[in-house]
Design a protein around this ligand. Sequence first.
Ligand SMILES: Cc1ncc(COP(=O)(O)O)c(C=O)c1O
Length: 393
Amino acid sequence: MNRRIYLDHAATCFPKPSIVLDAMHSFSTSVEAAVGRGVYRSSQNSSEIVSRLRREIANWIDAKTAEEISFHAGGTEAINTALFGILRPGDHVVTTAVEHNSVLRPLHHLADTKVINWTVVPADSHGHISADAILQAIQPHTRMIALVHASNVNGAVQSIDTIGKRLVEDFGESNKPIFLCDAAQTFGHLRLSVTDSHLDVLAAPGHKGGRGPLGTGFLYVRRELHCQIRPTVFGGTGTHSESLEMPREYPVSFEAGNMNVPALAGWLAGIRSRSQKSSARAALKESSESMKTLATELYGRLREVRGVRVIGEPHELFLPVASIAIEGLPASDAAMILDTEFGIEVRSGLHCAALIHEWIGSPPDGTLRISCGESTTLQELDCLADALKEICE
Ligand SMILES: Cc1ncc(COP(=O)(O)O)c(C=O)c1O
């Protein structure tokens, strides 16, 4: 089967626009110099690429300054930088059952080693988390609330805005717990303003909705919090080189060692190809509308296939990410058949999300996940529905 219908955009977007690949190639063949390490022209060019990307990301998430953005090798590394850099012995953290393991595993580790205590707020059967439940879980020592913007298992979008506003109402802007959001599935797809949502920390990969290559990601830390976060990776920063102490300036001290500038150059080209045509706000509006249409079309088709059980269909806002189970067929077998017989690439299993499955009622071996991206067409969804019908017959 030569056909390739890629429906695993929740993992990474594909194909990357050619402008991304061209920018990476052009950087590596004509610049390829380290950032912030030299006064010569190519090094300055490298630094300029990174600065422009910082400004671009700040604009997309409505951050006040570009110096609130640091770059990392994906969403996982950005989240780890925040959790290990901010949390201290005795802290309590509120998180939820719908998180990805990139949040759950570091928190479990910190709890297991007696650094923190944590409370995991349950989800409803659609994968939504109630704002009241989050607020009720807060204790006197709660230092942080860590919440995903959208589930990578069923696409359920959480009301970050409402929760942020309620936190400010109840505790005040400067006394509320640190509010962290994992925007892995939504960055570049849905508008999320750190200012309007009162977010202190936001982490996201660049390689999903951001159009960047794999292994890219960023962390936003609100300026007022910079004195509370410590580096987790130690090494050269190109600054204060006479000192054995790690400098504490954000973002440069959180990017020790050489950065993957070819990838960042590609990401910059990818994200700019959207904001050049219109403002970031207009691009996000357009993207959220097309995601909504794709979500409705995807769920509509899946519901119609006899023998397919849609798992945890969200009832509010959701992304085009769906989990299904096929009667009598393990998810991994179904994924294999879809690939080998129909050329359709989807993912099976638990999707690196340990806890959500209990709440949405997944089978023990997990689900078959179908996830769309900006390149997904309705014809591809028709092919998926036809293939599922054939498999289920
Ligand atoms: C919700 C969520 N958080 C975090 C991550 C981790 O991102 P990365 O793969 O860039 O480390 C993912 C990746 O799929 C995700 O879906």
